[in-house]
Design a protein around this ligand. Sequence first.
Ligand code: GLU
Length: 285
Amino acid sequence: MAKRSPKNSVTRFAPSPTGYLHLGHAYSALTAAAASGKGGKFHLRIEDIDPTRSRPEFEDAILEDLAWLGLKWEKPVMRQSGRMDAYHEALKKLERKGIVYPCFCTRADIKAEIARSGTAPHGPDGPIYPGICRDLDPEKSQQRIDKGESHAIRLDMTRAAAIAGPLSFQDASHGTVKAQPEKFGDIVLARKETPTSYHLAVTVDDHEQGVTLVTRGADLFETTHVHRLLQRLLGLDTPKYSHHRLLTDDAGRRLAKRDGDITIRGLRGEHYTPDEVRAMTGFES
Ligand code: GLU
């Protein structure tokens, strides 16, 4: 079990409304709420930056299921889809530091370049971007943007890490962790259809909500390396971190929305009580 967190923390649960909550989400939400302690605050944040996968009915169901579980959170609920101006501002700040660049590559371009070069270094999110657009002539890139060519904005990781200098973060299970964002390569910070990214939005919003302790699943541990870097580059506060265990099914597979795993909604339909569902997650307060 993760170590006890400091009391009076500001914590959050940040689900993406792309499906119904399952037992793993319930465990994560219960953990975050309990970690806020008596004098702390527990925020809810709807991470709906992906317009193709997010649906209002899932958001409604999330709020309803969490309330049914007995959770209470600060009002108003933050919705990332309403915060594009804040993400744009953050992106501009990084742009002014000269550490981002437009990338016009399609997935196929990237795949072809990796095949051509014969090397495919992998980061925590998959193959590292091979840098095709990193050194394009800025003037020519601007012309392509002006013509409406689809592009993403990438972080020039080597330069960003160099100007940030050595960084670390505090994790409840791992202690002081040296941040190594370089292992992700040049991450995408924004796309045309979604003018932000998970990494950028989460970093900006944890600061905006005054989060002092981020509790989330161990599957997101690696992302903290990138978030720590963005905090430094944007001049934002650094919370403490606690990455909790992930719930698995009987076969030892991690619970996921896509597997049609048992949802809180489904359990409610089968007349389980909130206490029973809390017990099913294995959560101990
Ligand atoms: N929205 C993310 C998810 O549903 C969680 C983000 C976070 O906790 O940092 O997986």
